[in-house]
Design a protein around this ligand. Structure first.
Ligand SMILES: NC(=O)c1ccc[n+]([C@@H]2O[C@H](COP(=O)([O-])OP(=O)(O)OC[C@H]3O[C@@H](n4cnc5c(N)ncnc54)[C@H](O)[C@@H]3O)[C@@H](O)[C@H]2O)c1
Length: 349
């Protein structure tokens, strides 16, 4: 015997991303703003001047990647239960990618899913983390291993927040902008080469283009069955660098910058990119003081650490390799010897 449960989905989960000063918003529901003490101290007053709601609560969790865990999720959920939030209630993620990922995840599981909106405050979260509905948290087995795809109702990217961002955090966001351009958008890359992202209106244009590029990718492959994985360009190598340096030396975007250079060298070895293109990308990264060198002490250990990446299986490693500038190839069929010879180049640096 067999019973069929018909689940053809026709739900439209499209949403708008606004890149401008946050508009005044009123919610006829209970709303909780989830943030951390640093962001609250700098910008909560501004956000509160824009938002009114039937009932409005602030939930604060500690600042930092090390708090992107179950304990913080419990803090959020308990507050929602205490204030009797229901399925019509709304969460607002107010902070960088850590807050955005955790708020989205809490929204995805509270009473099996409530609405949330993203108000990202770092450049990295404005151009990348807040867009596309990937939510989650870390555990002792690794980063982002627990999570859900849960799209926000909207994203409000206000460039004003970036005025207080430390310069290294700014650079880490620029690395992700460059990532979008190299993988999917050659004209955008050309624009970035001549642009000065320290200029506010140029930066706003770059944010728009990066977000548009990511939105196009997510629209084609929301759950990362294929194309969306290309946005992990630089990450396969970058994760090993983060792991080797115990997450202490580099910000994530900085490790990804080095990882992009390594992926480019792999592409050059495979004949998919010429040396001139690789140099243009390196120069652009260095223009924003991003690191592009890393001394690999032991190439074999470095290679083995690839297998810890959740994108890799036991037997193969998934690499995102650029094809020139503006195109990309996802492959798990690169010969180990070729990768080791690329890694050896970094061993000498
Ligand atoms: N969901 C996704 O698609 C996606 C994509 C990329 C990254 N991420 C996640 O994003 C996280 C990294 O995000 P991040 O780089 O924003 O880090 P973060 O959230 O830790 O923010 C970095 C630091 O900047 C502070 N900060 C935030 N806004 C500020 C402001 N306006 N002025 C001054 N300081 C400010 C934060 O409090 C924090 O100390 C990681 O956990 C990563 O896994 C998610």
């Amino acid at each position: 015997m067999q019973v069929n449960i018909a689940l053809k989905k026709t739900v439209d989960t499209s949403y708008d991303i606004t890149i401008d000063a946050i508009p005044k918003m009123h919610f006829d529901t209970k709303v909780a703003i989830v943030t951390n003490p640093k962001v609250a101290g700098l910008h909560l007053g501004y956000l509160l001047s824009k938002i009114t709601a039937k009932e409005l609560y602030i939930i604060t969790v500690p600042d930092g990647e090390e708090y992107k865990n179950q304990k913080s999720i419990d803090t959020i959920l308990e507050s929602l239960f205490n204030h009797r939030f229901n399925r019509k209630s709304m969460l607002i993620a107010f902070g960088g990618g850590v807050i955005g990922d955790m708020t989205g995840y809490a929204a995805s599981i509270y009473q099996r899913g409530i609405n949330f909106i993203q108000v990202p405050t770092t450049l990295l979260s404005q151009v990348d983390a807040s867009v596309g509905g990937k939510t989650g948290m870390n555990n002792s087995y690794g980063k982002n291993l627990i999570g859900a795809f849960h799209q926000p109702q909207g994203v409000y990217i206000d460039p004003l927040f970036l005025t207080t961002l430390p310069s290294r955090e700014f650079g880490a966001g620029v690395a992700e902008i460059i990532k979008m351009a190299v993988t999917f958008n050659k004209e955008f890359f050309n624009f970035l080469e001549t642009a000065d992202l320290n200029n506010a209106s140029v930066l706003q244009e770059a944010i728009k283009q990066a977000v548009q590029t990511k939105a196009n990718v997510v629209a084609q492959d929301e759950k990362e069955h294929g194309l969306r994985a290309a946005l992990n360009y630089g990450h396969t190598f970058g994760h090993v660098i983060e792991n080797e340096t115990k997450y202490k030396t580099y910000l994530h975007g900085e490790a990804v910058a080095i990882g992009m250079v390594m992926a480019n060298e792999t592409a050059v070895s495979m004949g998919l990119m010429n040396k001139g293109e690789a140099l243009r990308i390196k120069n652009l990264l260095e223009k924003y003081n991003l690191p592009t060198c890393y001394k690999i002490e032991n190439t074999h250990n470095f290679y083995e650490t690839f297998f810890l990446d959740k994108k890799s299986s036991d037997a193969s490693i998934t690499f995102i390799i650029p094809v020139g500038i503006g195109d990309v190839k996802i492959t798990d069929a690169i010969e180990k010897d070729l990768v080791l010879s690329v890694l050896n180049q970094f061993g000498e640096s």
